[in-house]
Design a protein around this ligand. Structure first.
Ligand code: SF4
Length: 279
């Protein structure tokens, strides 16, 4: 793993208000992520400046707190900022050393901007006092809650059980927490039983919401993704179907998409769970 300190000129990205997460801004404090999730959009040049070495070369935006402070001074009415919702995990290992997430949340608190964080890492527990002060919302993401399958899809991400324990702890200390089934992979993680089990777990954990989204595969990611499928015995048999499904579009369509939507809708309704961060 290599780490490179970089300086940036801007940090906040203004976006249309997101209907699931309710944010108006996104920011990434690191580029690259060591979790190695095979579906990571960081492997596309559309979403990352470093797609080739995304899992091995982590770029650290060393001046992020200073830039954020300047940008928030000019940003006007405070609106929700999501951290780590682009393509990085903001509580990845290197955060332990640089504390950019912690420093940037402190700046958001100072300027009165609400914060939402998406992560797979229990390092978030380091900052519970600050998160409480910030009134932050935390989403833990999962591609599946089946650990054996997760090991194939997210080889170096924290174990599912560890994420679940972190959710319990956040709940215990009173921080609003939700879960994301991100992404749902056609034929691999989209079976009714698997989706049900995810929402059932969300119900058992009594989280505030459970958000879902299907797998997106930008065109420039296809060679890497198909090659990974070919090299992975558990996934190889789905390759031809993926080649057909993603040939013309970035997202699944037709019956596949309908089934994903229907299964998520049914499961969320059955367990009485919101599929977005409540307003
Ligand atoms: S944790 Fe998120 S950013 Fe990191 S590799 Fe996985 S999908 Fe990409």
């Amino acid at each position: 793993m290599e780490y490179h300190e970089i300086e940036v000129d801007s940090l906040l990205r203004r976006v249309e208000r997101d209907t699931q997460f309710g944010h108006h801004y996104i920011m990434d404090l690191y580029e690259g992520c060591p979790s190695g999730c095979i579906y990571c959009l960081g492997k596309s040049a559309k979403y990352s400046d470093v797609p080739a070495g995304f899992f091995q070369n982590i770029r650290v935006k060393k001046n992020a707190p200073e830039i954020l402070n300047k940008e928030l001074l000019k940003a006007g009415t405070p609106k929700r900022i999501s951290i780590g919702l682009g393509v990085n995990d903001t509580y990845q290992l290197v955060e332990g050393r640089y504390e950019l997430t912690k420093k940037c949340i402190e700046i958001c608190v100072h300027h009165g901007f609400p914060v939402h964080i998406m992560t797979k890492n229990d390092l978030v527990l380091r900052d519970v006092d600050l998160l409480k002060k910030a009134g932050a919302i935390v989403t833990f993401s999962f591609s599946t809650i089946n650990q054996r399958l997760a090991k194939i899809l997210e080889p170096d991400a924290p174990y599912v059980a560890r994420r679940i324990e972190a959710i319990k702890e956040l709940k215990r200390v009173g921080i609003p927490v939700g879960m994301a089934l991100y992404p749902i992979m056609p034929y691999i993680t989209d079976e009714e039983d698997m989706i049900n089990r995810f929402f059932e777990t969300a119900k058992e954990l009594d989280v505030l919401y459970a958000i879902d989204s299907p797998l997106r595969l930008p065109e420039d990611m296809l060679p890497y993704f198909f090659d990974t499928m070919l090299q992975t015995p558990r996934l190889r048999r789905f390759l031809k179907r993926y080649q057909r499904l993603y040939k013309l579009r970035e997202v699944p369509y037709g019956k596949v998409m309908q089934m994903i939507n229907m299964n998520c809708y049914d499961a969320a309704t059955h367990y009485g769970i919101a599929r977005k961060i409540p307003d």
